[in-house]
Ligand binder design. Structure first.
Ligand code: HEC
Length: 106
């Protein structure tokens, strides 16, 4: 009995670890769009079908079109709350997903 419980615990650990590894490698732009529509539309234009954003925050499409655009930089930026934004504490894979989504707006 003890032995069995131990095995199950170990198994979960391995599954959890491999999930973390895959979400690290493959950013998911669709998931990023969902997150962006949920968290960012208050200030940013996040998609072409959105009517209006209310502040001076740059539209995501124009961020994507900057000559120095780099998804890795966006991800890094998002992991550190920007001064005028509420602290949204995005996880690492969430930040990567949103960066991947912004990259599709090029
Ligand atoms: C409360 C308003 C607000 C919300 C909500 C908000 N932002 Fe911003 N964001 C701003 C403003 C204002 C700027 C421009 C000034 C600055 O950089 O602080 C900005 C700038 C940015 C930039 C450009 C940084 C650069 O390099 O110039 C990115 C990328 C960005 N936001 C991403 C996001 C994402 C992704 C979300 C949702 C998870 C989000 N923002 C939610 C207000 C907001």
């Amino acid at each position: 009995m003890r032995e069995n419980l131990h095995r199950i615990g170990l198994c979960h650990l391995i599954i959890a670890a491999s999930f973390a590894a895959t979400s690290c490698l493959a950013a998911d732009a669709d998931q990023g769009e969902t997150l962006a529509r949920r968290w960012c539309t208050g200030c940013h234009l996040v998609a072409a079908d959105q009517k209006a954003a209310t502040t001076d925050a740059p539209p995501f499409a124009s961020i994507a079109q900057r000559p120095d655009f780099d998804p890795a930089k966006i991800e890094f930026f998002l992991r550190d709350p920007h001064p005028k934004m509420p602290n949204m504490t995005l996880g690492r894979s969430e930040a990567a997903d949103i960066a991947a989504y912004i990259a599709t707006l090029k």
